[in-house]
Design a protein around this ligand. Structure first.
Ligand code: SF4
Length: 475
């Protein structure tokens, strides 16, 4: 979400006449888009601002913007601690960055933070393709979160859940497809509850425009007002030119059979599910307010795997939540092993000021103990990742080419339908193959590591809407 916000701010500034530069000495505007979900966000922010002060001393015209959830949380504090900042803007009004830059030229430092009640269609309508991947786009379907996970600062800095109009999302994807985008990732903090707020509001007000799609209402099978996330998946997938639809993140407690069915039945919805576990101990899950037990989580996972062919599953796990005992941690290891994840984002618990868990100071775990547990968990998740990746060897996978590898000369990087990273040798010079970023290609997987695959190019497939085979002459 934060990355997408950065792209949206960049695209607004480009529309306003700026161009991007990697050289801070050349910049007229520097935007620091913060994310306080990450550890030490404020230390990093003030470190960067200290560096930028020296740049601004050399270039008085430089304007500095601090955006994102740390700005939303700390507000005036930032301008107090770094008086050379020109604009502080929250998560709900990024669309105002160009106007605020203009205002600050006349009036000095401006701090503008809006609450979620101020979210309007303009925020959602700011779109941008992903940096360096113009064939792929994030599309926001919802902002904020109505859950209250004890470790998480998102509800405090992103506010309550607000869903975007169903028809607007579909229209945006249609426009992106016309511009050459073939892959979209639908973004929300809890995509499975997409539309819940729209239904409540429509019943309250009697106005149903947010549910309309063309000339019909979006209803679920019981004909109650609720645009289901699964319907969004189906509608977006039906748009001509869209070949790959992904989404993040669903909450395990809220995932619905209709979503699983859409994943199983719709070719364009990729066989990849991010399914955040967080912990394997029921006691810790209850303290976290996650709304499921380990058994329930595994049952939902099994149902998804049974319904969706060749499903890849990734997860998030926190180690060292306050009061976590050896027994609790063993339960996490057991569930992680049973779930056999394709990959896992593992985190050492660190308190976020303002969250419920940050107050459990007396129950914080010794950092050495956490590190030992973290290392043990890494062994388990890397073992399952390697097993899952080795299963791919010998298969021919359809990949979306991202471009030349940043690390290895002569190698291309691409993503499989399961979103696994695969590296393969670029066609030899003189071959007839035209392999560019955004191409679809068939790659035979030849080897595997826990974090990526290697393969050989088999064939190149033209962009989907002009689907035809391209002759390949590769040595
Ligand atoms: S569901 Fe996700 S975003 Fe919402 S509070 Fe929990 S961890 Fe945070």
């Amino acid at each position: 979400m934060n990355e997408h916000d950065s792209e949206r701010i960049a695209s607004l500034l480009v529309k306003d006449g700026y161009s991007q530069t990697d050289d801070v000495e050349q910049a007229d505007v520097v935007v620091l888009n913060t994310c306080c979900i990450r550890e030490n966000a404020d230390t990093k922010l003030y470190g960067n601002l200290g560096h930028l002060k020296a740049v601004k001393d050399r270039n008085q015209d430089l304007q500095i913007v601090v955006a994102g959830c740390l700005a939303q949380k700390d507000r005036d504090e930032i301008a107090k601690r770094a008086s050379w900042v020109d604009v502080v803007v929250g998560t709900h009004n990024v669309s105002r960055v160009p106007a605020l830059l203009e205002d600050s030229r006349n009036y000095g430092t401006i701090v503008e933070i809006l609450e979620e009640s101020a979210i309007d269609d303009e925020l959602f309508s700011l779109t941008a393709t992903r940096a360096n991947l113009p064939f792929s786009a994030f599309v926001t379907v919802q902002v904020g979160c109505d859950n209250n996970c004890a470790f998480c600062i998102v509800p405090a800095v992103r506010g309550r859940e607000v869903s975007r109009k169903f028809g607007d999302i579909v229209a945006e994807v249609e426009r992106l497809a016309q511009e050459g985008v073939t892959e979209v990732t639908l973004l929300g903090q809890n995509v499975n509850s997409y539309g819940r707020d729209l239904a409540i509001e429509a019943r309250r007000s009697g106005e149903y425009d947010r549910f309309t799609l063309g000339d019909r209402y979006v209803v679920d099978s019981a004909h109650s007002l609720r645009p289901l996330f699964s319907e969004l998946l189906r509608e977006v997938s039906a748009i001509e030119g869209i070949e790959r639809v992904r989404f993040t993140s669903p909450h395990p407690k809220d995932i619905r059979p209709e979503t699983i069915a859409a994943m199983a039945e719709v070719r364009q919805v990729m066989n990849q599910l991010h399914f955040p576990l967080q912990a394997g101990s029921d006691r810790i899950l209850a303290m976290m307010h996650r709304g499921y037990t380990a058994e329930r989580y595994l049952a939902k996972l099994a149902a998804a795997r049974q319904a969706i062919p060749d499903l890849a599953v990734t997860t998030d796990i926190i180690v060292g939540f306050p009061s976590e005992t050896e027994e609790d941690f063993e339960a996490t290891l057991e569930v992680a092993a049973a779930a056999c994840f394709d990959s896992a984002f593992t985190f050492i618990y660190s308190p976020r000021p303002g969250t419920e868990a940050s107050l459990m100071v007396d129950h914080f775990i010794d950092p050495e103990v956490i590190q030992r547990r973290f290392d043990a968990l890494k062994v388990v998740v890397e073992h399952s990742a390697l097993l899952k990746h080795q299963e791919r060897i010998g298969r021919v996978e359809m990949v979306l080419v991202e471009g030349p590898s940043k690390k290895q000369e002569g190698v291309f990087s691409a993503r499989t339908s399961q979103n696994k990273l695969v590296h393969f040798a670029r066609p030899k010079s003189g071959s007839q193959v035209r392999l560019a970023a955004g191409s679809y290609a068939l790659v035979e997987i030849t080897s595997a590591t826990p974090h990526f695959l290697r393969g050989d190019l088999v064939d190149v497939v033209a962009p989907p809407r002009h689907r035809r085979k391209i002759d390949v002459a590769v040595g």
